[in-house]
Write a protein that binds this ligand. Structure first.
Ligand SMILES: [Fe+2]
Length: 451
């Protein structure tokens, strides 16, 4: 034991520049709030060595490392591997996650990797910062507002993707909600590592919630496994462990139209952040009325206390309303809209955000293709900037009555600013350059719950 400790000490000295033992420098750091984002947060990261001792511990503080210091973690990392005919066998880095529990609401925290240290100068790693959500039961309720949320989809890792991420960073949002299609690794899993590197400056400081898109399916043509990287690399506030089955049919790595079996886990879950509740759903698993996802969506929507969280949003990848030519009439889209649109209407969901189509489209409030001010608004935000380029065009040059704004020429992101319990500002921000963007669509949302 002594020699092991000395060996560890020697490594620390030798790698003084990074302060980490070789192989234990944390990479791909990303955070997501818990089911109640005012109370907990999960830190995820990777290393190339599985035995990192004290450096597998996350130390955190809400008062500049003076007194209020806690630590968590020290657990065992996981790994995943996937084999495909095209890329052979990929073995992931060691994947770590650590929940920081019992946090104070509406509080700024710092965290770092390594055991508790008495002063900032002695910290073993750079400190990261985040802020917990205000408690939904806060009084006065004005402390809940404004809440700023960035929405993005189909991001990828091109120069345009980097511009979108840089622009989101400038918004200083409370959190990011991503409507699927993150890395476009497409079964070349090294590209997951490079994607997490690309987003790390933002994802290490801003809670980033995701849903699985078709580019997360990553079907293995060797053993049929699906969603392996997505379920392994992200740590969303899971309701319970994932239940998933290999897909035995013949399909590509990232089929555009697909229906498999992947429930719970990162597949569908919810979180509450300040005055909002988000349901994060999966277009590519069963959505029928007798499915686990449908039953969970119905019971969850029925239980939301709209006095505590007046705003309710859903995210799923494959859009219900889409006047672009791309991705029309896909199986999972038809089935999910057929089963769940009535739930969204019944429970006064404010808006649904999707991706898949590489453009931006905002609808008027709509129910079954007819305008209805009490029904949800649907937004396609698949314009994050991935390598597949823009959506090809529209079904018809005249937009349908429910389509309020659409564009397939510019990449960008959307911003939702919750102003109070009845009104929110929605904008679509188009990329001008990296770190430069401008508002191209702007809209004041009225909360249908109060109509
Ligand atoms: Fe997609």
């Amino acid at each position: 034991m002594v020699s092991k400790l000395l060996g560890l000490f020697g490594l620390i000295v030798l790698t003084q520049a990074s302060n980490f033992p070789e192989g234990c420098e944390p990479r791909q750091v990303h955070i997501a709030g818990g089911a109640d984002a005012s109370k907990s947060l999960t830190v995820s990261w990777t290393t190339s060595d599985p035995d990192c001792g004290d450096f597998s511990v996350v130390t955190y503080s809400s008062d500049g490392w003076a007194n209020n210091v806690g630590n968590a973690g020290g657990n065992t990392p996981t790994q995943y591997n996937q084999t495909t005919t095209k890329y052979g066998t990929y073995v992931s880095p060691y994947l770590w996650s650590c929940e920081l529990p019992d946090l104070d609401s509406n509080t700024e925290y710092s965290f770092a990797f390594g055991t508790t240290q008495p002063s900032p100068s002695a910290l073993p790693s750079p400190a990261y910062n985040f802020k917990t959500a205000p408690s939904a039961s806060s009084s006065p309720c004005s402390s809940l507002y404004p809440t700023k949320i960035a929405m993005v989809g189909d991001l990828g890792q091109t120069a345009d993707s980097a511009s979108t991420v840089a622009n989101i960073a400038k918004e200083e949002v409370d959190f990011i909600a991503h409507a699927g299609d993150m890395s476009y690794a497409d079964c070349d899993h090294d590209r997951w590592d490079s994607w997490f590197d690309m987003v790390e400056d933002v994802s290490s400081n801003t809670p980033w919630y995701v849903v699985g898109g078709n580019h997360e399916i990553e079907h293995s043509d060797v053993d049929g496994e699906i969603f392996v990287a997505y379920e392994s690399r992200f740590n969303m506030p899971r309701v319970k462990p994932a239940e998933m089955e290999p897909f035995t049919g013949d399909t590509s790595c990232t089929p555009s139209a697909f229906l498999g079996k992947y429930d719970w886990g990162n597949s569908f879950y919810k979180f509450a952040h300040g005055p909002s509740t988000f349901l994060m759903l999966n277009s590519y698993t069963d959505t029928a009325p007798d499915s686990p996802q449908y039953a969970w969506v119905e019971s969850t929507l029925a239980e939301i206390d709209r006095e505590a969280t007046p705003w309710v949003f859903v995210l799923f990848h494959s859009p219900f309303y889409n006047s672009f030519s791309d991705h029309q009439d896909e199986e999972q889209q038809i089935l999910m809209k057929g089963s769940m649109e009535d739930l969204f209407i019944k429970y006064k969901v404010n808006a649904a955000f999707s991706g898949h189509v590489h453009g931006y489209e905002r609808t008027n409030n709509v129910a079954h293709e007819a305008l209805d001010p009490a029904a949800p608004m649907y937004v396609i935000i698949g314009d994050g900037g991935n390598r597949e380029g823009h959506a090809s065009g529209f079904i018809d040059s005249t937009p349908p009555v429910w389509s309020a704004f659409r564009d397939n020429t510019i990449f960008g992101h959307a911003l939702v600013t919750l102003l109070n319990e009845t009104h929110a500002e929605f904008t679509w921000e188009k990329n001008v350059a990296e770190g430069v963007f401008e508002t191209a669509d702007s809209f004041i949302m009225e909360n249908q719950y109060y109509l």
